[in-house]
Design a protein around this ligand. Structure first.
Ligand code: SAM
Length: 287
């Protein structure tokens, strides 16, 4: 069966990397792990050996059928405690998957693992962020440039909406990077594995999730402009912005990528209490 590039099918063939991805989840012997895009089962087999239960979501029917056959054959041959009984392959689009219901069914917050299909990395990160209450931690492989943006800190060229939108849902850690030759067929890019521990910061920073994410999207809308100009473009009056900057301790010429999320939260609180954030009309997606 030839790999389908439109579904981001670049299969991992580096056994050491596979072991490191699963080990990075920590002890998962009594946990349910959701695997995004099991493909040919490279990571699934290692998860089957280490996790309490594996729920693998694969959108490609042919691959899902192959994996189901492999794991149910394993279960039939090895008895009830065999790895096949604890691996469930679902034909599913991860973007439509109900993580909250799966977490309730499992009676615990879920772990997530995946060598992600790169064509939908941002929507998947957004989906996980939206479901962070149902999730404990994730170990994910993404294109290296995307990992750079996810992990970026204020002051870095890569710091932007994706960085804050992810990091507002919990800390991220870079683990390791693989060359294209670790995959078959090789992609055109390097790939980086990172860990994300879900611990949303909205309450701690005293901001409301949806309006604050909307605000952040506007703040980072035009990276070459100053923060003040981006807020002006969102319809907030110059005098209101100047007062809010002075209350939040922000320089009038500052660019958003130089400002910490704590200071952005302080700015949002000032603008929100002045009733100005409601004028911002931008969708809160991660990209
Ligand atoms: N985990 C395997 C590995 O590491 O070799 C495969 C990884 S491959 C990069 C991405 C996998 O995600 C493919 O098997 C692809 O069919 C699957 N996929 C693509 N879009 C998907 C979606 N919307 N929902 C679930 N799986 C998807």
């Amino acid at each position: 069966m030839p790999p389908k590039s439109r579904l981001g099918q670049n299969f991992l063939r580096d056994q050491q990397a596979i072991r490191r991805i699963v080990a990075a989840l920590g002890d998962c012997s009594d946990r349910t792990v959701v695997e995004i895009g099991p493909g040919m089962g490279a990571i699934t087999r290692e998860l089957a050996a280490k996790a309490g239960k594996v729920l693998a979501l694969e959108v490609d029917r042919e691959l899902a059928a192959r994996l189901s056959a492999e794991f149910s054959a394993g279960a039939a041959g090895l008895g009830d405690d065999a790895q096949g009984t604890k691996v469930q392959i679902e034909i599913a689009d991860v973007l439509s998957f109900d993580f909250a219901a799966a977490s309730v069914a499992a009676g615990q917050r879920l772990l997530v693992a995946g060598n992600l299909p790169y064509y939908i990395t941002s929507p998947i990160l957004q989906k996980l962020a939206e479901n962070s209450d149902a999730l404990d931690r994730a170990v994910l492989m993404v294109q290296r440039e995307v990992a750079d943006r996810v992990m970026a800190e204020p002051g870095s060229r890569d710091f932007g909406f994706l960085s804050v939108a992810v990091q507002m849902h919990g800390p991220v850690e870079r683990l390791f990077t693989l060359p294209p030759s670790a995959f078959s067929p090789p992609p055109e890019v390097h790939s980086t594995v990172f860990r994300w521990r879900f611990a949303p910061r909205f309450r701690e920073l005293r901001v409301e999730r949806a309006p604050f994410l909307k605000f952040l999207r506007q703040v980072f809308a035009l990276k070459r402009k100053t923060l003040a100009n981006n807020l002006r473009a969102a319809g907030i009056e110059a005098v209101v912005i100047a007062d809010a900057f002075s209350d939040a301790g922000i320089d009038s010429k500052a660019r958003a990528e130089a400002i910490s999320v704590e200071t952005l939260a302080a700015l949002w609180r000032v603008l929100n209490s002045a009733g100005t954030t409601s004028t911002i009309e931008v969708a809160p997606e991660v990209d």
